[in-house]
Write a protein that binds this ligand. Sequence first.
Ligand code: FAD
Length: 401
Amino acid sequence: MNGKKVVVVGAGPVGSLAALYAASRGAAVEVYELRSDLRNADTTPLNFTKSINLALSERGINALRSTGNNELLETVLEQTIPMHGRMIHTRSATGSLTEQSQLYDVHGRFQRSVDRGVLNGVLLNHLDSLPNVTLHFQHKMTGADFRKRRAWFEITDRTDSSHPNRPREIEVDFNLLIGADGAHSTTRYHMMKYARMNYHQEYIDCLWCEFTMPPTQSGDFAISPNHLHIWPAGSFMFIALPNLDKSFVCTLFGPVEMFVHLEDSPDAELVAFFDKHFPGVTNHIPPSDLIAQFKRNPHLPLINIKCSPHHFGDSVVILGDAANAMVPFYGQGMNAGMESVRVLFSKLDAIADRTAALASYTEERTKDAHVVADLALGNYIEMRSSVTSRLYKLRKYIEER
Ligand code: FAD
């Protein structure tokens, strides 16, 4: 990589990490990001939601650790909250609220809750400090020629009056382009014209809407901070992940029909729906807030994407959601994307011929990524329903003995 020019498209968590890996190997790295810098308060966040909390697991942590930069890892971990297990919220036969803690691991291992924006910001701050990296925000990739190694970016920031003659579009050359531009990847779209790519895309019958559960009046967490909270309800569910400011980011997941029904119902029905299926939630999110948030926050789809190969020749490779977007129920989309960065660079380090390295990467990673995506689909049923089944409790009981 030393002396090579690496262009990274997308400065999300996966693209930012890929840029760090490439920079630490001596490449001249240019990162192009469609949106403005997420570290600025006025930037519209991803998915137009206020924030999105993610479960960061060993997969992702190992990819951060493998940068060899302990300070970076520690800075990220300081911004996380350990979640030792899941807390299942139900109502007993007598109508009282019940909470059941189910630990993730008999050896005490755990995953962590992290704000996507905070994690991304730590990676961007580190990239800013490197002399061989340049960050270009508000640059939207519009096209690429992966034989001639050229890509085109539209500059979407037209407010900078100090550059009146600035072109609307620039051409950029590269030795290697890493496409980490998310589920609706432009890199993947153009790569399909070169590689014989098989592609599968599926919208599952589920929408999601985000809510915030504020801290208590005394400024404490409303519910246990060290759990991933689940209110399972059969074909739908509500979950909550802790934030450092003692609030929780919560998500309602459910079939499209359920959302349509709630959208068309009087406000009181939404509150009654929550009281019936997600016991205790309206004690912590006042009904008026609940209604306001349901109306204000978008109701977004979930997509599952599988494709292969993940590269073309020795000029382009796709990573993260661009290569395999998965539903979020296994908490592994970002983690698997970060792991892909680690695996990609281990191949590039070990195999001198870049075409062979990228082919070896596709060969290994496609299978793994598809398995994780399938597990994620399966875990939706686990989270929204099986966590309360007798069989599940029996299995857990046996496992823990
Ligand atoms: P993205 O985060 O989508 O970033 C792509 C970047 O590319 C964006 O900044 C975008 O602006 C930019 N871009 C797009 N097009 C262009 C273009 N043409 N030119 C330039 N730039 C472009 N994962 C987990 O690991 N754990 C979880 O607990 C978890 N929970 C989730 C919960 C929900 C509700 C959802 C929806 C997802 C969850 N995920 C989780 C998945 C996780 O959010 C994604 O897998 C992760 O954000 C993917 O990172 P990425 O960098 O590949 O893509």
